[in-house]
Design a protein. Sequence first.
Length: 330
Amino acid sequence: MNPSTSSSRSAGDMPAPRSAWRQELGTYLGLLVVLAAMMALFGSLSEYFLTRETLLSIANEIPALAVMAVGMTFVLIIAGIDLSVGSVLALSAAISAAAVLQWHFSPWGAAALGLLVGLACGAATGGIAVAWQLPSFIVSLGMLEAVRGAAYLVTDSRTQYVGDAMGALAAPWVGGLSAAFFIALLVVAVGQLVLSRTVFGRYVVGIGTNEEAMRLAGVDPRPIRIAVFALTGLLAGLGGLMQSARLEAADPNAGLGMELQVIAAVVIGGTSLMGGRGSVVNTFFGVLIIAVLEAGLAQIGASEPSKRIITGAVIVVAVIVDTVRQRRSG
């Protein structure tokens, strides 16, 4: 073998990790620039936007969306989708409220029951999709309706006021930031570590990249798929507890359309809709972008139709950017 040929191949192989690292860094910086530009824009349009009260309000409103987006990141990476997370949020909150008000559970017991309900709903979605080899889109669409109906039954179609039974989650910890906000940060950190540093995370990425190759390598994708949907349901249940604590009530209509916000945040964060690529940290940036966009539009007096049009346009642009990026990297 020609030595020069060997050395050139080695040199050609070396930049690949560096290129991936640069691409990831570029994504981080791009999201930071977008977030900073949005804050500067809304700060110039409204004198009240860049105030402590507004920023604290945004921070304390995003925990439910953030933890649900972590679960959805894993789902999209395996090339799936879960449309039922908003309904699971409502049912988990409803069950925990019923446990406190009707069944006289302690707040901790009610919270645990709400989390178990979320876990069961997610496991059911993943189990049905895997057992009958059905698209998760269809299964989760059916679960969206069924679980929402269950939430109405549990609450008798009325808002259940729980007071401060779950108040510990909404209570301020440091600088006015709620306990739920710090829990959400912890979930994001753990989610990123699981995705990037564990065997389970590598299996998740591998299934989304090439499921058949994983199967030929001796890895059964079915339990991993079910586990991912179960995790998403669990985090939706946690989101329900966070929202119930913040509002001091469990509303059977809670989370309506929230699945679209969750998916939007994940896509804006750069997770591929085709599977195989994603980052929990980037998803959190996507959550911040969605939250800042909604708060800023509200402060400048944008009408509800205008807010929906602008938010939809941002999502479409994010998908276009993701598609162009995939083509360039390919």
